[in-house]
Design a protein around this ligand. Structure first.
Ligand SMILES: Cc1ncc(COP(=O)(O)O)c(C=O)c1O
Length: 379
């Protein structure tokens, strides 16, 4: 059997990883400044994370959601405490798309309405409702398309007000990323978020904040929207939550009523996934990784801001978009093959997307900074 060929692959086969480095089978060492799509939050194979997972493997790896699982309770308590959302309830699933799928569904169960607003540049995942609110026609199959999902322009207050005025009574939810990642590190304005919140309240629509990429400390806040002091009705998480172990979460305001069978999953919140997610939260807290994120993010921006060919830098914490005056593909290729550094791209071809682990060290950022300087000066 062959693999279903949907991924354009770099010809690199990592076989070992530690901290912010990966090694291929020839022993060549790569610096990871992308975390495999924003997943590696506390560094590869963190010793505490490893020991928590190994301990859990020795005990029990899985049983279904038909029995008590105290690890889920521990995870919910720790996530509530570190995020400040102690009064919210947690539903656990396996991925970012699944978290958004459940959020959209829950909103519709709650208010009985069926239209969903989303924004240009968005990426919310590839399952049914999640892909319907993703701004990329190439990945939306005819079966996913529906007029119930309405795209609005990013940061356009006028259009937002207009749609609520005309269709507000049918709008079930509004879904927005804390910071758009795949869209090219696009940061919403405070005024835009305030207006969405205000209109959702006025029309009994649910505000869903997708923090799958921008959450878990990456922005310098636990969730990116917390910079603006707004409180969404539902928050979704995944990626950095398990540092590579698949897990997603839906944080749900207490006004939403749970009932048996309303949501469900076979694998979500299993013992191993919870052990991984608890380890991540312990490390973020005990090693003050949000403090490091703020410091290293500022350092990187300051060091690179005057490099040639950089048009602008969009950044919060260690979520960094470097907009070049050209397509970033060649720069990215040179960083990878000449300098052994992983970086990311985005739907905006000019934007190099930088997402290092939150415990990146200064000397590791210097490797990236020096390599980027060399590559940009050689253009
Ligand atoms: C903001 C956002 N939401 C949702 C997703 C989907 O997550 P997953 O690939 O885990 O389904 C992604 C993935 O890139 C994302 O960036």
């Amino acid at each position: 059997m062959n693999l279903f060929n949907v991924y354009p692959l770099f010809n690199i086969n990592p076989v070992k990883a530690q901290g912010s480095f990966l090694w291929n089978e020839k022993g060549e060492k790569y610096l990871d400044f992308y975390g495999g799509h924003a997943v590696i939050s506390i560094g590869h194979n963190h010793p505490y994370y490893q020991s928590k997972l190994k301990d859990q493997l020795e005990k029990i790896s899985f049983y279904s959601n038909s029995v008590q699982n105290n690890l889920q309770i521990e995870l919910a308590q720790k996530l509530g405490e570190i995020s400040g959302y102690e009064e919210y309830n947690l539903f656990l699933c396996n991925s970012g798309a699944e978290a958004n799928e459940n959020a959209i569904k829950l909103a519709s169960f709650h208010n009985g309405k069926s239209k969903v607003l989303y924004f240009s540049g968005s990426f919310h995942g590839r399952t049914s409702a999640a892909v319907s609110v993703t701004d990329n026609p190439k990945i939306v199959a005819p079966v996913n398309y529906s007029e119930r999902f309405i795209k609005l322009e990013w940061n356009d207050l006028k259009q937002l007000e207009e749609i609520f005025k005309t269709q507000g009574n049918d709008i079930s939810s509004v879904i927005i990323e804390g910071i758009q990642g795949v869209g090219g590190i696009m940061i919403p304005t405070a005024g835009f978020l305030f207006k969405i919140k205000e209109l959702c309240e006025e029309y009994n629509a649910v505000l869903i904040l997708d923090e799958v990429q921008s959450g878990y400390g990456r922005s310098g806040y636990f969730f990116a929207h917390q910079e603006f002091g707004i409180q969404p009705d539902i928050i979704t998480t995944a990626k950095g939550m398990g540092n590579g172990f698949p897990i997603g979460g839906v944080l749900i305001h207490p006004k939403f009523e749970a009932s048996n069978g309303l949501l469900g999953t076979t694998f979500g919140g299993n013992h191993l996934a919870c052990a991984a997610a608890i380890a991540v939260l312990d490390v973020i807290k005990n090693e003050n990784l949000i403090g490091n994120t703020l410091e290293m993010g500022g350092y990187i921006e300051n060091e690179i801001k005057d490099f040639p060919h950089i048009r602008s830098i969009r950044r919060k914490g260690l979520m960094i978009g470097i907009e070049l005056d050209r397509d970033c593909a060649e720069v990215r290729k040179s960083l990878l093959y000449d300098h052994f550094i992983f970086t990311g791209n985005s739907n905006d071809k000019a934007v190099l997307r930088i997402l290092p682990a939150l415990n990146i060290k200064k000397e590791e950022t210097d490797i990236f900074i020096n390599a980027l300087k060399t590559v940009l000066e050689e253009i």
